[in-house]
Design a protein around this ligand. Structure first.
Ligand SMILES: CC(C)(COP(=O)(O)OP(=O)(O)OC[C@H]1O[C@@H](n2cnc3c(N)ncnc32)[C@H](O)[C@@H]1OP(=O)(O)O)[C@@H](O)C(=O)NCCC(=O)NCCS
Length: 178
């Protein structure tokens, strides 16, 4: 696994976290208990911080980055991801907030300052524009995203199942990696 310091910042990785050998985590990054970062994902906390909660999965090929302080973005923007979040394959999360229990579909892009509120789902291939706030408990699709409908109870249960499934799966990978 590749976990690297950047200047004064060493990533803070809780025990039980799975970071695949082919993933990169660098700089001011914290990752909470039982989360996982899958092959070819990049979590680059160099010019601002990245926080990932507990039991959150960052699936293969995803890119997580932040924005620095400049005249174009005063103070810059960190990236904050809550707990029990599923980040699908090849997602880009850039200097935004994803609250607890969300699912970000494969290939989606979430731009600076956007906020994905608790328990919502962003469909595969969607684009969330800068600063957009997505309401809790809804499905959003398209590029740019539009609110489509409220999530069904079954889908809400699936969001929880998905995060728990990835905790079990990362334990299997931890068990067979060493
Ligand atoms: C949106 C999603 C949840 C399906 O929801 P659904 O309500 O069952 O949608 P349906 O398959 O019934 O399709 C309804 C309409 O939405 C369209 N649609 C489905 N997924 C879409 C997407 N991601 N973006 C845009 N449109 C989509 C369908 O083409 C259909 O359009 P139509 O009515 O014009 O024919 C699913 O397609 C999706 O994007 N899931 C994300 C899965 C994922 O990435 N998981 C993480 C990695 S494991």
């Amino acid at each position: 696994m590749s976990v690297r310091r950047f200047e004064d910042h060493q990533p803070a990785i809780h025990t039980g976290v799975y970071i695949d050998e082919q993933a990169l985590v660098v700089g001011e990054v914290s990752i909470g208990k039982d989360s996982s970062v899958w092959p070819m994902s990049v979590v680059r906390g160099d010019v601002n911080s990245i926080e990932i909660g507990e039991r959150t999965n960052i699936q293969d090929g995803s890119v997580l980055h932040v924005t620095h302080d400049s005249e174009y973005a005063e103070g810059g923007n960190p990236l904050v991801i809550g707990s029990d979040v599923t980040v699908g394959h090849k997602v880009i999360l850039h200097a935004c907030q994803v609250e607890d229990g969300c699912l970000i579909g494969m290939g989606a892009i979430v731009l600076d300052g956007a906020v994905v509120r608790t328990g919502s789902m962003v469909g595969a291939g969607a684009l969330v524009p800068p600063g957009k706030v997505l309401e809790s408990g809804y499905l959003y699709l398209g590029s740019p995203v539009k609110q489509v409908r409220e999530l069904s109870d079954r889908e809400k249960r699936f969001l929880k199942y998905s995060a728990a499934h990835y905790v079990r799966l990362k334990n299997r990978h931890l068990g067979s990696a060493y």
